[in-house]
Design a protein. Structure first.
Length: 78
């Protein structure tokens, strides 16, 4: 098994962070689309599950790249 060098480790952190950004934005797009199509608020059960998924993605992002604007950006969505 090959041990990652620092550059590979940083690249993996960057990719994990970027995937967290994509995941959280897709959750928001899903909620917005659902609200438009339903012409009503997103069901509470979905909103709760989306918030849990969003929090997990944020934990991953914070662990990989702390002190980015992602958390502040997402807090504006809620």
């Amino acid at each position: 098994m090959k041990i990652m060098n620092d550059e590979e480790r940083q690249m993996l952190k960057d990719l994990l962070w970027l995937n967290s950004v994509i995941a959280t934005e897709l959750i928001q797009i899903t909620e917005n689309t659902s609200q438009i199509l339903r012409k009503a608020d997103v069901p509470e059960a979905c909103r709760t599950e989306h918030n849990e998924l969003r929090q997990r993605a944020l934990e991953i992002a914070d662990r990989c790249k702390p002190d980015t604007m992602l958390r502040q950006h997402l807090e504006k969505h809620q």
